[in-house]
Design a protein around this ligand. Structure first.
Ligand SMILES: C[S@@+](CC[C@H](N)C(=O)[O-])C[C@H]1O[C@@H](n2cnc3c(N)ncnc32)[C@H](O)[C@@H]1O
Length: 413
């Protein structure tokens, strides 16, 4: 787990992130003093590594040389990461992967397709090739690289990359963003419910873009979630914050005997109704409009899912939603939280850095570790928390918990 991830999602103080930091608190001696041997060793290490003389020595000395090189590469990857993202954006905008999917192409022919000089096309291909989006083929032609092929085969990813254009603008002054001085951001306007006083009153126009983006990318994860938690034997499944119903439709297809309710803001539920009707599922999946914070949800369901919902909200709101979910469930019913989680092994920067800053720019929510989520669901009375494995934990992880067997029962038995 990265330090950022653990600091942003400590289960022992989940409410700390929703309160404003006290910037006026004076520093005490304890804030800086080393605690124990590990701290002292790390302070020594930091002094050494930040010393240019030591760096020169490490770069020339067998045994430590390899590590020094790898760390230098890691650092320069962070330094240049924003350029890699822009190369990716150009790739998406130019539909480069789609062009190469038809087979390798020569530089002059590609330059012609892209309306660029051959020189510019080569420069683009040099960049995309080292990033493995494209690959050199015979006779000075270029084809798809392994990552380019993966990008093509991941529904919704290109739309997400294009969507990032507004996020780049919000990140122009990251310090202002952190200090809360950035004003209204692009992402807070885009996710209209994030800062809305009355989310249920959001118009169709306000929800259209994000609902569409969510639907396109939902296909990436619905299968994974339902493979890890199939709707076998479920009588009534409610997907809270279920968007246009793509996940609800997947539940209905996988669990032909389950009644499915998709609950979302009225303007989104309207879109869900249309989409479900077009998919021929209008009578199997019901779309209900409302505000899940009001607690006024359909009752008596045996599963409530919250897919990519809890991380959108600060702790106070997230707890309200979890309470509402609990009240909607039958005794012993199951809560399913599916989202990217902080501290996921192998994907630490995604939760800690990418998602942490995305939600900061959006104006609410934070990525949480499974431990932080467990703390929250247990706090509102759920029990028997398990974390079923998903195929791609990088994209989504699951937490499943059980509602108490008797209404009002809260303690673990
Ligand atoms: C990040 S999207 C996830 C959508 C969907 N679950 C998915 O994974 O594609 C969050 C959803 O929560 C809905 N939402 C936000 N605030 C809500 C509220 N107060 N009541 C009901 N739904 C809400 C949004 O309209 C949006 O569809």
């Amino acid at each position: 787990m990265t330090a950022a991830a653990s600091a942003s999602s400590s289960p022992s103080s989940p409410s700390s992130t929703s309160s404003k930091t006290d910037v006026t608190r004076p520093m005490t001696q304890d804030d800086r003093a080393p605690h124990g041997l590990t701290d002292r060793f790390l302070a020594f290490r930091d002094r050494k590594v930040s010393d240019p003389k030591f760096q020169r020595w490490a770069a020339e000395t067998p045994l430590v040389r390899q590590r020094a090189k790898a760390r230098a590469r890691d650092l320069f990857d962070i330094v240049s990461g924003f350029v890699y993202s822009q190369v990716l954006l150009a790739t998406v905008r130019l539909k480069l992967c789609e062009i190469l999917a038809d087979g390798p192409i020569s530089v002059p022919a590609l330059a012609n397709r892209l309306a660029m000089t051959e020189d510019a096309t080569r420069r683009l291909l040099d960049a995309t090739t080292v990033l493995e989006l494209t690959a050199r083929r015979s006779n000075d032609r270029f084809g798809l690289g392994e990552l380019g092929a993966a990008l093509l085969g991941t529904p919704g990813l290109a739309a997400l990359i294009e969507h990032h254009a507004m996020f780049y603008k919000d990140l122009e002054d990251p310090v202002a963003l952190l200090r809360g001085h950035a004003g209204e951001t692009n992402l807070s306007r885009y996710w209209s419910y994030a800062r809305s006083e009355d989310a249920a009153a959001e118009s169709g126009d306000a929800v259209a873009e994000y609902s569409e983006l969510m639907s396109t990318s939902q296909e990436m994860i619905a299968d994974d979630i339902l493979a890890a938690f199939p709707p076998t034997g479920v009588k009534h499944w409610m997907d809270l914050g279920g968007g246009e119903g793509v996940f609800g439709a997947a539940v209905a297809r996988k669990g032909p005997h389950a009644k499915v309710t998709v609950f979302d803001l009225p303007a989104v539920a309207e879109r869900a109704r249309e989409r479900l009707k077009a998919a021929g599922l209008g009578d199997r999946v019901q779309a209900v409009g409302g505000d899940f914070r009001s607690g006024d949800l359909p009752k008596g369901v045996d599963v409530v899912s919250l897919v990519r919902v809890i991380h959108d909200h600060d702790d106070d709101v997230a707890l309200e939603v979890l309470r509402a979910a609990r009240q909607a469930l039958v005794p012993g019913g199951r809560l399913v939280i599916a989202e990217q989680m902080a501290g996921t092994r192998g994907a630490e920067p995604l939760g800690g850095a990418y998602f942490g800053f995305y939600l900061l720019a959006m104006g609410s929510g934070r990525p949480r570790t499974p431990e932080a989520l467990r703390w929250m669901v247990e706090r509102v009375g759920f029990r028997d928390v398990v974390l079923p494995r998903t195929r791609q934990p990088l994209l989504t992880r699951l937490l499943v918990a059980r509602a108490p067997d008797a209404p009002g029962q809260t303690a673990r038995s």
